[in-house]
Design a protein around this ligand. Structure first.
Ligand code: AHM
Ligand code: MG
Length: 296
Protein backbone atom coordinates (compact mmCIF):
# COMPACT_ATOMS: atom_id res chain seq x y z
CA UNK A 1 0.00 0.00 0.00
CA UNK A 2 1.37 3.42 -0.99
CA UNK A 3 0.16 6.28 1.18
CA UNK A 4 -0.28 9.90 0.13
CA UNK A 5 2.75 10.79 2.24
CA UNK A 6 4.90 8.16 0.50
CA UNK A 7 3.65 9.20 -2.93
CA UNK A 8 4.60 12.84 -2.29
CA UNK A 9 8.02 11.80 -0.98
CA UNK A 10 8.65 9.52 -3.96
CA UNK A 11 7.60 12.35 -6.30
CA UNK A 12 10.28 14.64 -4.83
CA UNK A 13 7.73 17.31 -3.89
CA UNK A 14 9.06 20.22 -1.79
CA UNK A 15 8.40 19.72 1.90
CA UNK A 16 6.19 22.76 2.42
CA UNK A 17 4.11 21.89 -0.63
CA UNK A 18 3.65 18.32 0.64
CA UNK A 19 2.67 19.61 4.06
CA UNK A 20 0.01 21.94 2.62
CA UNK A 21 -1.45 19.16 0.45
CA UNK A 22 -1.59 16.75 3.40
CA UNK A 23 -3.03 19.40 5.73
CA UNK A 24 -5.92 20.19 3.39
CA UNK A 25 -6.48 16.50 2.56
CA UNK A 26 -6.83 15.81 6.30
CA UNK A 27 -9.79 18.21 6.46
CA UNK A 28 -11.98 15.76 4.50
CA UNK A 29 -12.96 13.99 7.74
CA UNK A 30 -14.09 17.11 9.65
CA UNK A 31 -15.85 18.38 6.51
CA UNK A 32 -17.76 15.10 6.13
CA UNK A 33 -18.66 15.21 9.81
CA UNK A 34 -20.04 18.74 9.47
CA UNK A 35 -22.61 17.95 6.74
CA UNK A 36 -25.21 16.60 9.16
CA UNK A 37 -25.49 19.82 11.16
CA UNK A 38 -25.11 22.18 8.16
CA UNK A 39 -27.99 21.32 5.88
CA UNK A 40 -29.45 24.76 5.36
CA UNK A 41 -28.57 27.90 3.44
CA UNK A 42 -26.42 30.44 5.25
CA UNK A 43 -28.58 33.41 4.24
CA UNK A 44 -25.60 35.16 2.61
CA UNK A 45 -24.33 35.50 -0.96
CA UNK A 46 -20.78 35.14 -2.26
CA UNK A 47 -18.77 37.39 -4.58
CA UNK A 48 -20.37 35.65 -7.59
CA UNK A 49 -23.81 36.58 -6.30
CA UNK A 50 -24.73 33.00 -5.38
CA UNK A 51 -26.59 31.88 -2.26
CA UNK A 52 -24.11 30.36 0.18
CA UNK A 53 -25.02 27.04 1.77
CA UNK A 54 -24.11 26.66 5.44
CA UNK A 55 -21.52 24.07 4.31
CA UNK A 56 -19.96 26.56 1.88
CA UNK A 57 -19.17 28.97 4.68
CA UNK A 58 -18.34 26.21 7.19
CA UNK A 59 -15.79 24.54 4.88
CA UNK A 60 -14.36 27.89 3.85
CA UNK A 61 -13.88 29.10 7.42
CA UNK A 62 -12.53 25.75 8.53
CA UNK A 63 -9.90 25.30 5.81
CA UNK A 64 -8.87 28.96 5.95
CA UNK A 65 -8.33 28.74 9.72
CA UNK A 66 -6.23 25.58 9.35
CA UNK A 67 -4.09 27.23 6.65
CA UNK A 68 -3.68 30.44 8.67
CA UNK A 69 -2.45 28.47 11.70
CA UNK A 70 -0.02 26.38 9.65
CA UNK A 71 2.35 29.26 8.94
CA UNK A 72 3.05 27.56 5.59
CA UNK A 73 0.84 29.64 3.33
CA UNK A 74 1.50 32.99 1.70
CA UNK A 75 -2.08 33.80 0.66
CA UNK A 76 -5.45 32.16 0.18
CA UNK A 77 -8.20 32.94 -2.31
CA UNK A 78 -11.55 31.23 -2.01
CA UNK A 79 -14.73 31.17 -4.05
CA UNK A 80 -16.53 32.00 -0.80
CA UNK A 81 -14.39 35.02 0.18
CA UNK A 82 -14.54 38.43 -1.49
CA UNK A 83 -10.84 39.18 -1.37
CA UNK A 84 -7.48 37.44 -1.34
CA UNK A 85 -6.13 37.11 2.24
CA UNK A 86 -2.38 37.34 2.72
CA UNK A 87 -1.02 35.47 5.75
CA UNK A 88 2.75 35.69 5.34
CA UNK A 89 4.54 37.17 2.35
CA UNK A 90 7.63 35.22 3.47
CA UNK A 91 5.88 31.92 2.74
CA UNK A 92 6.32 30.40 -0.72
CA UNK A 93 2.93 28.91 -1.64
CA UNK A 94 -0.54 30.35 -2.20
CA UNK A 95 -3.75 28.35 -2.13
CA UNK A 96 -6.86 28.82 -4.29
CA UNK A 97 -9.98 26.83 -3.45
CA UNK A 98 -13.60 26.09 -3.96
CA UNK A 99 -14.15 24.77 -0.43
CA UNK A 100 -17.43 23.01 -1.26
CA UNK A 101 -18.20 22.55 -4.92
CA UNK A 102 -21.68 21.39 -5.91
CA UNK A 103 -23.22 22.79 -2.75
CA UNK A 104 -26.74 22.98 -4.19
CA UNK A 105 -26.67 19.15 -3.93
CA UNK A 106 -25.94 18.96 -0.20
CA UNK A 107 -29.59 18.93 0.80
CA UNK A 108 -30.26 15.98 -1.55
CA UNK A 109 -27.14 14.05 -0.47
CA UNK A 110 -25.52 13.86 -3.89
CA UNK A 111 -21.78 13.85 -4.42
CA UNK A 112 -19.90 17.10 -3.72
CA UNK A 113 -16.24 17.97 -3.26
CA UNK A 114 -13.44 20.40 -2.44
CA UNK A 115 -11.22 21.80 -5.23
CA UNK A 116 -7.72 23.15 -4.52
CA UNK A 117 -4.86 24.65 -6.50
CA UNK A 118 -1.43 25.65 -5.18
CA UNK A 119 0.91 28.22 -6.75
CA UNK A 120 4.49 29.17 -5.99
CA UNK A 121 4.13 32.92 -5.29
CA UNK A 122 0.97 34.96 -5.63
CA UNK A 123 -2.57 33.89 -6.43
CA UNK A 124 -3.36 35.55 -9.75
CA UNK A 125 -1.28 33.36 -12.06
CA UNK A 126 -2.12 31.39 -15.18
CA UNK A 127 -3.30 27.86 -14.40
CA UNK A 128 -0.36 26.35 -16.27
CA UNK A 129 1.85 27.61 -13.41
CA UNK A 130 0.09 25.46 -10.79
CA UNK A 131 2.50 23.43 -8.67
CA UNK A 132 -0.27 21.13 -7.43
CA UNK A 133 -3.97 20.67 -7.97
CA UNK A 134 -6.37 18.24 -6.35
CA UNK A 135 -9.92 17.58 -5.34
CA UNK A 136 -11.53 15.60 -2.60
CA UNK A 137 -14.76 13.91 -3.58
CA UNK A 138 -17.25 13.11 -0.82
CA UNK A 139 -18.94 10.11 -2.38
CA UNK A 140 -19.38 6.54 -1.14
CA UNK A 141 -15.63 6.81 -0.55
CA UNK A 142 -13.64 9.93 0.15
CA UNK A 143 -11.18 10.12 -2.71
CA UNK A 144 -8.35 12.51 -3.45
CA UNK A 145 -7.42 13.07 -7.10
CA UNK A 146 -4.04 14.75 -7.23
CA UNK A 147 -1.42 16.09 -9.57
CA UNK A 148 1.92 17.55 -8.58
CA UNK A 149 2.83 17.93 -12.24
CA UNK A 150 3.84 14.29 -12.70
CA UNK A 151 0.63 12.71 -13.92
CA UNK A 152 -2.51 12.08 -11.89
CA UNK A 153 -2.98 9.79 -8.90
CA UNK A 154 -6.19 8.83 -7.08
CA UNK A 155 -6.20 7.99 -3.37
CA UNK A 156 -8.98 6.77 -1.08
CA UNK A 157 -9.30 7.53 2.61
CA UNK A 158 -9.36 4.20 4.44
CA UNK A 159 -10.94 3.35 7.79
CA UNK A 160 -7.65 4.16 9.56
CA UNK A 161 -7.80 7.71 8.24
CA UNK A 162 -4.95 7.06 5.79
CA UNK A 163 -5.07 8.03 2.11
CA UNK A 164 -4.01 4.95 0.18
CA UNK A 165 -3.14 4.98 -3.51
CA UNK A 166 -5.94 3.52 -5.65
CA UNK A 167 -4.57 4.35 -9.08
CA UNK A 168 -1.42 6.01 -10.38
CA UNK A 169 -0.72 7.50 -13.84
CA UNK A 170 -4.45 7.93 -14.50
CA UNK A 171 -5.07 8.38 -18.22
CA UNK A 172 -8.32 9.92 -19.39
CA UNK A 173 -9.66 7.80 -22.26
CA UNK A 174 -11.56 9.12 -25.24
CA UNK A 175 -15.20 8.52 -24.38
CA UNK A 176 -18.75 9.58 -25.08
CA UNK A 177 -20.13 10.90 -21.79
CA UNK A 178 -21.21 14.51 -21.87
CA UNK A 179 -22.71 16.88 -19.34
CA UNK A 180 -23.57 20.48 -20.05
CA UNK A 181 -24.76 23.25 -17.80
CA UNK A 182 -27.06 26.08 -18.83
CA UNK A 183 -30.53 25.93 -20.32
CA UNK A 184 -30.75 24.33 -23.77
CA UNK A 185 -32.98 27.21 -24.87
CA UNK A 186 -30.20 29.67 -23.99
CA UNK A 187 -27.25 27.84 -25.58
CA UNK A 188 -25.47 29.67 -28.38
CA UNK A 189 -25.31 28.19 -31.90
CA UNK A 190 -21.77 26.77 -31.56
CA UNK A 191 -22.59 24.92 -28.35
CA UNK A 192 -25.88 23.60 -29.73
CA UNK A 193 -24.02 22.25 -32.77
CA UNK A 194 -21.37 20.69 -30.54
CA UNK A 195 -23.88 18.84 -28.37
CA UNK A 196 -25.86 17.75 -31.46
CA UNK A 197 -22.66 16.28 -32.93
CA UNK A 198 -21.90 14.42 -29.70
CA UNK A 199 -25.46 13.07 -29.54
CA UNK A 200 -25.38 12.03 -33.21
CA UNK A 201 -22.21 10.05 -32.44
CA UNK A 202 -24.00 8.16 -29.63
CA UNK A 203 -22.98 10.40 -26.73
CA UNK A 204 -24.53 9.69 -23.35
CA UNK A 205 -25.79 12.53 -21.17
CA UNK A 206 -24.54 12.48 -17.56
CA UNK A 207 -24.92 15.71 -15.57
CA UNK A 208 -25.50 15.91 -11.83
CA UNK A 209 -24.90 19.60 -11.09
CA UNK A 210 -21.66 18.94 -9.21
CA UNK A 211 -18.63 19.88 -11.26
CA UNK A 212 -16.17 17.73 -9.29
CA UNK A 213 -18.40 14.65 -9.48
CA UNK A 214 -19.26 15.16 -13.14
CA UNK A 215 -15.61 15.75 -13.98
CA UNK A 216 -14.51 12.65 -12.07
CA UNK A 217 -16.60 10.34 -14.21
CA UNK A 218 -15.27 12.05 -17.34
CA UNK A 219 -11.74 11.50 -16.05
CA UNK A 220 -12.43 7.79 -15.58
CA UNK A 221 -14.70 7.02 -18.54
CA UNK A 222 -13.90 9.76 -21.07
CA UNK A 223 -16.10 12.50 -22.46
CA UNK A 224 -16.66 16.15 -21.68
CA UNK A 225 -18.00 18.43 -18.96
CA UNK A 226 -19.12 21.80 -20.33
CA UNK A 227 -20.54 25.00 -18.90
CA UNK A 228 -20.99 27.16 -22.01
CA UNK A 229 -21.40 30.90 -22.53
CA UNK A 230 -24.92 32.24 -23.11
CA UNK A 231 -26.23 35.65 -24.30
CA UNK A 232 -26.98 36.54 -20.67
CA UNK A 233 -23.76 35.07 -19.23
CA UNK A 234 -21.11 35.33 -21.95
CA UNK A 235 -18.51 34.02 -19.49
CA UNK A 236 -20.56 31.04 -18.38
CA UNK A 237 -20.88 30.20 -14.70
CA UNK A 238 -17.71 28.58 -13.41
CA UNK A 239 -14.75 30.50 -12.06
CA UNK A 240 -11.34 30.44 -13.76
CA UNK A 241 -9.25 30.55 -10.58
CA UNK A 242 -11.14 28.18 -8.28
CA UNK A 243 -12.70 25.66 -10.64
CA UNK A 244 -11.46 25.75 -14.25
CA UNK A 245 -7.74 25.99 -13.50
CA UNK A 246 -7.26 23.25 -10.89
CA UNK A 247 -9.55 20.80 -12.72
CA UNK A 248 -8.15 21.79 -16.13
CA UNK A 249 -4.61 21.19 -14.85
CA UNK A 250 -5.59 17.73 -13.59
CA UNK A 251 -7.32 16.93 -16.91
CA UNK A 252 -4.23 17.95 -18.86
CA UNK A 253 -1.97 15.90 -16.61
CA UNK A 254 -4.18 12.89 -17.38
CA UNK A 255 -3.81 13.45 -21.15
CA UNK A 256 -7.07 15.39 -21.54
CA UNK A 257 -7.57 19.09 -22.18
CA UNK A 258 -9.44 22.21 -21.09
CA UNK A 259 -10.71 25.14 -23.13
CA UNK A 260 -13.12 28.04 -23.09
CA UNK A 261 -14.25 26.74 -26.49
CA UNK A 262 -11.67 28.80 -28.34
CA UNK A 263 -8.36 28.29 -26.53
CA UNK A 264 -6.69 26.72 -23.52
CA UNK A 265 -7.87 28.39 -20.30
CA UNK A 266 -4.64 27.36 -18.50
CA UNK A 267 -2.82 30.05 -20.53
CA UNK A 268 -5.01 32.91 -19.25
CA UNK A 269 -3.60 35.17 -16.53
CA UNK A 270 -6.64 36.08 -14.40
CA UNK A 271 -7.43 39.79 -14.26
CA UNK A 272 -9.54 39.35 -11.13
CA UNK A 273 -9.98 36.65 -8.59
CA UNK A 274 -13.66 35.81 -9.21
CA UNK A 275 -13.41 35.96 -13.02
CA UNK A 276 -15.73 33.51 -14.78
CA UNK A 277 -14.94 31.46 -17.85
CA UNK A 278 -16.86 29.22 -20.22
CA UNK A 279 -15.41 25.73 -19.80
CA UNK A 280 -15.02 22.55 -21.79
CA UNK A 281 -12.92 19.96 -19.98
CA UNK A 282 -12.39 16.31 -20.80
CA UNK A 283 -10.95 13.95 -23.39
CA UNK A 284 -8.62 15.60 -25.89
CA UNK A 285 -10.76 14.75 -28.94
CA UNK A 286 -13.83 16.30 -27.30
CA UNK A 287 -12.01 19.57 -26.62
CA UNK A 288 -10.55 19.70 -30.14
CA UNK A 289 -14.11 19.30 -31.50
CA UNK A 290 -15.50 22.46 -29.82
CA UNK A 291 -12.44 24.51 -30.81
CA UNK A 292 -12.90 23.30 -34.40
CA UNK A 293 -16.51 24.47 -34.42
CA UNK A 294 -15.43 27.91 -33.19
CA UNK A 295 -12.71 28.14 -35.87
CA UNK A 296 -15.14 27.23 -38.70
P1 AHM B 1 -20.77 25.98 -6.64
O1 AHM B 1 -19.29 26.07 -6.60
O2 AHM B 1 -21.44 27.08 -5.89
O3 AHM B 1 -21.30 24.64 -6.25
O4 AHM B 1 -21.22 26.26 -8.18
C1 AHM B 1 -20.65 25.54 -9.21
C2 AHM B 1 -21.59 24.42 -9.64
C3 AHM B 1 -20.85 23.28 -10.26
O5 AHM B 1 -20.44 22.35 -9.30
C4 AHM B 1 -21.88 22.70 -11.19
O6 AHM B 1 -21.34 22.02 -12.28
C5 AHM B 1 -22.66 23.89 -11.61
O7 AHM B 1 -22.46 24.87 -10.62
C6 AHM B 1 -24.12 23.54 -11.71
O8 AHM B 1 -24.82 24.64 -12.16
P2 AHM B 1 -26.33 24.49 -12.70
O9 AHM B 1 -27.15 24.27 -11.48
O10 AHM B 1 -26.58 25.79 -13.40
O11 AHM B 1 -26.36 23.31 -13.63
MG1 MG C 1 -17.86 25.36 -7.46
Amino acid sequence: MTTLQEYLKNSGVYEDLSKIIILIAEQAAPIRAAFISNQSYAGSTNASGEQQAAMDTWSDTHITRVLARSGLVRAVASEEQNDITTFSSAAKYSVVMDPLDGSSLISVNLCVGTIVGIYDGDVLQAGKNLKAAFYMLYGPMTTLTLTVGRGVAIFALNTNGVYQLLEDNVKMPEGNLYGSGGLRTEWLAEHTKYIAEIEAAGGKNRYSGSFVADFHQVLKYGGVYAYPPTEKSPDGKLRLVFEANPIGFIATQAGGAVSNGVSNTLAITPAKVHQRTPIYVGSRGMIEAIEKIHRA
